[in-house]
Design a protein. Sequence first.
Length: 75
Amino acid sequence: MPVSIEPKSKAQEVVDLSIKAHGGTLVDKTLVSFTFRERQYTAFRNNGIYRYTRAFKDSTGHVKDVLQNDGFTVR
């Protein structure tokens, strides 16, 4: 049975070039942390495992949102 190989769309080419220009596979393993408008953000990625957090204080106390592979929680 012949194998059909379709050419990449222009959109996919742009995405692929953008990923390559901004570090390519370097983002597969990364930790980024920063503060923006009095909120602390972190992004951790390790070969498909991810954990994103946002922490801040409001009138109810300390809030920490966590998004990771197994779901979203608010602490």
